[in-house]
Design a binder for this molecule. Sequence first.
Ligand SMILES: [Mg+2]
Ligand SMILES: [Zn+2]
Length: 214
Amino acid sequence: MTSSPGATRDDDGRSEGRGAGRTSRRERAAFIDRDGVLNVEQGFVHRIEDFVLVPGALAALAALEAAGYRRVVVTNQSGIARGLYTEADFERLMGEVRLRLRAEGVSFDAVEYCPHLPDAPLAQYRRACECRKPEPGMLLKAIGALDIDPAASFLVGDRISDVQAGRAAGLGRCFLVRTGYALSAEAIAAADAVYDDLLGCVTDVLNGDRSRAD
Ligand SMILES: [Mg+2]
Ligand SMILES: [Zn+2]
């Protein structure tokens, strides 16, 4: 199996299979940071035994899917540029994560990652790229590939750089959760709201959608 650098994608082809409605009905998406939002922040997680889902994360992903939201993971992985693990290690881990999620009936539509760092020890990853958050490159790539309407979409992160990337990509709303890095006052001020965790955020968003539909 091949994948373009910086991206892995589910192989079920659902993102392309939407037929006639595709051009007229753009997709809504939840852009989800990985470490500290989906899984417990433990610093450069790259082994499956260190990938511990945040409580409620599975339920949040399932609820998003049931409500018709695309699930896009957007994650800075400077551990690759630092030589702590390789892109192959990252892709292997995410493959295993996807298998485990699938066993629970849950999936991602895309996983976008940035392996770069401006002052990276490894020369091939040493650059000021357009994908490392707060830059919006990973989000813009998924927006194009999955025909996502950014204004109808939202982001959940645990750092101000997540919010900044979401803003730069034109997302409708950018939220923070308290399961990751300690939130700075600046980060809290930048976010549209702060929740205890991903499930709390998703529950509130979907409740808001329902009340608007009534
Ligand atoms: Mg994070
Ligand atoms: Zn990058």
